[in-house]
Design a protein around this ligand. Structure first.
Ligand code: KIV
Ligand code: NA
Length: 264
């Protein structure tokens, strides 16, 4: 596998090759996942929950993400490295540029931010400064207290149309990748077809241009509540490398996600 760039991800969408993305927070897993064929590694602010044991992502700082981005970057040679912009680190374009610069200097190739058309100016500024941006719509966990829990988004036509409008606005502003989390499969299909950029789903059905999972979920390490859209790939695959190879293969040929992992 040669180095994965934004151009390569776009070409994969155009060739209908599915993109496999997974979170990692350290060099050991980054190396292993990349060798298993993962195209993109996300340093997610999910680390607030899976590493720090918090019940949301809100306490994660830019310094936390930068530290783990450096760890991942040191273990990775080819994958696209995407770093999450944490809660309140992009409340205006200037702050976003300062936060993103720290993550890019730590080794990220792209930053991800949660939200819709109110971020268009921020997306344009970041892109102009040389920082590729990934959007994130649907269930955006930094807004958990606004949503009143981790819930499926875009359920009725009005909500779905709003998410579509936000997706188009972000694309027009310059995002080069979009994560759609916890939305009905049909909405994710519509958005993936409407946009020219690759759309990566999690709990968004089988028709997006790729999938992303939190590594702890993909390896069955999550205790307590396990989301419906995840799958334990370690259960049938003996070791971590084989499990993630199976994840990449099942994303590639459409076996994952199945209807049991999707919302209709
Ligand atoms: O923080 C994270 O891990 C994420 C993914 C679930 C998309 O944002
Ligand atoms: Na995140």
């Amino acid at each position: 596998m040669s180095k994965i760039t934004t151009a390569r991800l776009l070409a994969m969408k155009q060739a209908r090759q599915k993109i496999a993305m997974i979170t990692a927070y350290d060099a050991t897993f980054a190396t292993l996942f990349e060798q298993a064929g993962v195209h993109a590694i996300l340093i997610g602010d999910s680390l607030g929950m899976v590493l720090q044991g918090e019940d949301s992502t809100l306490k994660v700082t830019v310094a936390d993400i930068a530290y783990h981005t450096r760890c991942v970057a040191n273990g990775s040679e080819k994958a696209m490295i995407v770093a999450d912009m944490p809660f309140m680190s992009y409340s205006n374009p200037e702050q976003a540029c300062t936060s993103a610069a720290e993550l890019m200097r730590a080794g990220a190739h792209m930053v991800k931010l949660e939200g819709g058309d109110w971020l268009t100016e921020t997306v344009t500024q970041l892109t102009r400064q040389g920082i590729p941006v990934c959007g994130h719509l649907g269930l955006t966990p930094q807004s958990v207290h606004v949503f009143g829990g981790f819930k499926l988004q875009g359920r009725d036509t009005e909500q779905a149309d709003q998410i579509k409008r936000h997706a188009r606005a972000l694309e027009a502003a310059g995002i080069q990748l979009l994560v759609l989390e916890c939305v009905p499969s049909q909405l994710a299909t519509d958005i993936s077809q409407a946009l020219s950029i690759p759309v990566i789903g999690i709990g968004a059905g089988p028709d997006t241009d790729g999938q992303v999972l939190v590594m702890q979920d993909a390896l069955g390490l999550t205790s307590g509540y396990v989301p419906k859209f995840t799958k334990n790939f370690l259960a049938d695959n003996g070791n971590v490398a084989a499990a993630i190879e199976a994840y990449v293969a099942e994303v590639a040929d459409g076996r994952f996600p199945g209807p049991e992992h999707s919302f209709n």
